[in-house]
Design a protein around this ligand. Structure first.
Ligand SMILES: Cc1ncc(COP(=O)(O)OP(=O)(O)O)c(N)n1
Ligand code: 3NM
Ligand code: MG
Length: 209
């Protein structure tokens, strides 16, 4: 499925807590977020399903899809539009078989070796990162920098989104590196005005056709 990766919001339960998850996400969508991922590394599946359903309802008036991080069962039970998995989050083939052909399925890639092993026919996009070290993911891989990002994006048969320590000032460099968009947590969720924060990215980003 074709997916607009221009500005991809990944949520964090703590950074969104003060304003509330749904309100943060809806504001960010008003500011131009094109895709949302519900990411919560600590909640149980049973806790996450109602959160995902509420988020899906909050996004119903927009055309912005909701993806779930890591949890296939949550994606299936909540009516989300898809799933994002990493290298250690299960098999792409299994996820695609369970989700069906119409769901959005993304995979994290950090190295050329991982890229060489992907099954592109089963995936919709790749998340490439981290571009920079970031406290939002303590167990992140070695940072790629823009040169490493360009190497992966240039060799990818799929659309790509860059992630890790990205701010609005990096939009041009990410585009020059060949990625189709930016995925961010703190630069939107961690600000007092998520709508304005999203807009500051979006002004510099147009979907690549
Ligand atoms: C868009 C996007 N890209 C990469 C990741 C990281 O996924 P993963 O390596 O599985 O790490 P966790 O997010 O699960 O900690 C992502 N979530 N989204
Ligand atoms: C969820 C995630 N995945 C990464 C990867 O490298 O795969 S970096 C990351 C955290 C991104 O948060 P922030 O925008 O606050 O840096
Ligand atoms: Mg994961």
């Amino acid at each position: 499925m074709r997916v607009d990766l221009s500005l991809y919001l990944v949520t964090d339960p703590e950074l969104c807590a003060e304003r509330g998850l749904e309100e943060t996400v809806v504001a960010a969508v008003r500011g131009g977020v094109t895709l949302v991922q519900l990411r919560d590394k600590h909640a149980s599946d049973a806790e996450l399903v109602p959160v995902a359903r509420r988020l899906k309802t909050a996004l119903a008036g927009s055309s912005v899809p909701l993806l779930i991080n890591d949890r296939l069962e949550v994606a299936l039970a909540s009516g989300a539009d898809g799933l994002h998995i990493g290298q250690d989050d299960g098999e792409v083939d299994d996820a695609r078989a369970a989700l069906g052909a119409d769901a959005i399925l993304g995979l994290s890639v950090q190295t050329p070796e991982q890229l060489a092993r992907i099954n592109a026919a089963k995936l919709d996009y790749l998340g490439l990162g981290p571009v920079f070290a970031t406290p939002s993911k303590r167990d992140h891989a070695q940072p790629l920098g823009f040169d490493g990002l360009a190497e992966l994006a240039g060799a990818s048969p799929l659309p790509t989104v860059a992630i890790g320590g990205l701010k609005a000032e990096h939009v041009e460099a990410v585009r020059r590196a060949g990625a189709d968009g930016l995925a961010v947590i703190s630069a939107i969720c961690g600000t007092p005005d998520p709508e304005a924060a999203a807009r500051s990215f979006h002004q510099g980003v147009a979907p690549r056709r």
